[in-house]
Design a protein around this ligand. Sequence first.
Ligand code: SF4
Length: 337
Amino acid sequence: MPNLVYFEPKALEYPLGEKLFKKFKKENIEIRYTTSHNQVRNLPGENDLQKYRIAKSTLVVGVRKSLKFDTSKPSAEYAIPFATGCMGHCHYCYLQTTMGSKPYVRTYVNVDEILATAQQYIDERAPEITRFEASCTSDVVGIDHLTHSLKQAIEFFGQSDYGRLRFVTKFHHIDHLLDAKHNGKTRFRFSMNNAYVIKHFEPGTSSLKYRIEAAKKVAQAGYPLGFIIAPLYLHQGWENGYQQLFEHLAKELPVETKNGVTFELIQHRFTKPAKRVIEKNYPNTQLELNEEKRRYKWGKYGIGKYIYQKEEETKLQKTITSFIEEYFPNGSIEYFT
Ligand code: SF4
């Protein structure tokens, strides 16, 4: 639940905007108005760190103007935008650099228009399947208990012949999605890590225990299930930590689900700009960000990333793959990067 909410005036012209307005009024949450999210200034807080924290618990309710979807490789063809920003505090979050000085959470109330645009993209490629990723700019599940936009999208794709939806979350607040008519067209993924990594680097998100309980419920609701294990992080005892994670998952999940489960594997990486932002926002982080220990990989727009050394990368990939083969022999690995 946000501590402070901004409304863009146009948002109140949509039923979802109106619904959210009434809800926040009833909950006595401070409401302010803004002509555009870019005008969200003067957030309370005495210094940058406080402002950053307050922004993370501030919600801007607005209208998505640009209905041109970005591409979203390797997990889908397009990114579908329902929200941007996230209330979580993962030290290595990819949003740290992309959201820059505007780390507040935004939700878009013109969901029907966003879905109508998705339909146009689907029609262009039909009869090829078109996949949409809903987690490129946010952990949308974190606010969906308020908006139910994701639920609406799941039911929209449930009726679609050639469209598929996927998203990933670190939150366990998924009960309202369990009865959505998904018809197997949405892949519900959880971002998982071992207990050490979650404890040290993912404040403000759901615990491993809660995520696993939520994944079990999602499996029982018949959704295609997946796990993104990211970032794969080398620390003392990492092999043991990851083995326990897979053991725990395999024990909790229903047998029939384990057969179709997908895994996406992403090793820890950082860019120089990201390192600067992480050290500013989380000055006491124990995250290892030493360029000299890493291998440099050229990236888009000249901003390269630091990934693990080749031997470490190979060991990481082999070890995690062997755990998946052992505990999920009928699961599949979509990619390792
Ligand atoms: Fe970022 Fe995901 Fe953590 Fe939110 S839950 S802060 S989107 S990594």
